[in-house]
Design a protein around this ligand. Structure first.
Ligand SMILES: *Cc1c(COP(=O)(O)O)cnc(C)c1O
Length: 413
């Protein structure tokens, strides 16, 4: 583990934010590709001694330009729906560079992905049998195991626990082996993903060891995918997964496994948050500052429609006042304009806020735009990125016509 302090990227300050808002409206998502590239590089460096494949888990942020950017870095793609598979193909990924890791989808969806040539990762015994029957048992598959390791803190984002719906339980490996043998299924990969926010590298390693123990039984493996869950810092002095420490320990574990196995395999990870969380900022404006007997509310022109993580997961997002960074800190409760309780932050120290100020929410790259919606008939914001020192619009803000686009307006009622 290591402590991290938060900062704003060089190009983002009150006057650049005001310019952006003038040009593209408000609120707005802002991403910085240099940060994405830095994160990708840190992971690559930590595993320099093994054949490593990083598959960007694109559900974190699916803008097609972000997919293309990761492809340009040499990344593969981790997808969880047939739509993401198709976005990946459109972004130019080779089918073999895309892995489809869904949960609870239909056999038709799984076969459709296989027919497009992407790698499929199967997460139940029943689905494995159906898939082999449909596609033939020599269609190579990856199998998602659940080692029931809980390496993280927040139970809402952990998927490795014993009653989790994800993966085939590590306690069912005998059953799995019998099924694979009976149908002659070609298993080319094994996978685990314990969920977000690994706090303890050693606990994660324990899961990896369990997966490798199962791997001994499969002779046709090409890769082992250890999923993701790399934690990044969300607040000042927060702890993050120490990827250098993890790289060192995992490299040792993986190399000794491969030696025993008889050949070198590919080690894969599929990070989302680690690659894009810190690269994103959500900029919005303060509509009103409202003092009540209990607190001072800062009401912004957004809500759970644009950034739902604080309400959905109790996630902490650091807030900077771009308009008044040197202002005297005061305590605010930052809320949205949606007709629900949509509190971004309670009793938070923020440099003095005045109406019209621009606030920046940090860590807005992962699971923020991707989870946005049109509740209260509000429009989704635009997305811009700073790419090779150029600011570019990568998604236009929605208009009223987008809300009506798929509605069938009947002539007569
Ligand atoms: C969501 C997801 C990831 C990415 O998780 P992060 O915490 O964003 O790194 C990786 N693999 C699978 C299967 C996922 O569902």
């Amino acid at each position: 583990m290591k402590e991290v302090s938060l900062s704003l990227p060089k190009g983002l300050n009150g006057s650049t934010a005001a310019d952006l808002i003038r040009q593209y409206g408000s609120p707005i998502y802002y991403y910085d590709t240099a940060t994405m590239e830095r994160q990708y590089g840190l992971l690559k460096d930590a595993f320099a001694e093994v054949p490593l494949k990083i598959n960007y888990a694109c559900k974190a942020l699916t803008n097609i330009n972000v997919l293309r950017f990761f492809r340009s870095l040499g990344s593969g793609l981790d997808t969880v729906s047939i739509e993401e598979v198709k976005l990946g193909l459109r972004a130019g990924f080779e089918p073999s560079d895309i892995i489809f890791t869904p949960n609870g989808v239909s056999i038709e969806e799984l076969c459709e992905a296989a027919e497009l040539g992407v790698r499929v990762n199967i997460d139940s015994l029943g689905m494995l049998e159906q898939f082999a029957n449909r596609m033939g048992s020599d269609y190579p598959v990856c199998i998602r195991l659940n080692p029931h390791i809980n390496a993280g803190g927040n139970s809402k984002i952990s998927v490795g626990h014993i009653d989790s719906k994800f993966g085939i339980s590590i306690h069912q490996t005998r059953h799995l082996e019998r099924l694979v043998k009976k149908l002659g299924i070609k298993v080319e990969g094994l996978h685990m993903h314990t969920g977000s926010d690994i706090l303890d590298v050693d606990v994660f390693l324990r899961g990896a060891e369990l997966l490798l123990e199962v791997a001994r039984e499969y002779k046709d493996l090409r890769y082992i995918d250890f999923g993701s869950g790399f934690k990044v810092a969300y607040s000042d002095q927060d702890i993050a997964t120490d990827v250098a420490e993890m790289g060192e320990k995992m490299t040792e574990l993986f190399q000794s496994f491969c030696k025993e196995y008889g050949r070198m395999l590919q080690l894969e990870f599929e990070p989302g948050k680690y690659l894009v969380s810190e690269a994103g900022y959500f900029l919005c404006e303060v509509n009103a500052v409202k003092t009540t007997t209990a607190t001072v509310f800062a009401q912004v022109n957004s809500g759970l429609n644009h950034l739902i993580r604080p309400m959905f997961y109790d996630a902490y997002h650091h807030i900077s006042n771009l308009s008044r960074p040197e202002g005297k800190p005061r305590v605010y409760t930052v809320v949205g304009y949606i007709c629900e309780t949509d509190t971004f932050a309670s009793d938070r120290l923020i440099p003095e806020i005045q109406e019209g100020d621009v606030l920046a929410f940090h860590n807005a790259g992962a699971y923020c735009y991707a989870m946005s919606n049109n509740y209260n008939s509000r429009l989704r914001p635009s997305e811009v990125w700073l790419h090779r020192e150029k600011l570019q619009l990568i998604r236009e803000r929605e208009e009223l016509s987008d809300l009506l686009a798929r509605q069938v307006e009947l002539e007569e009622l």
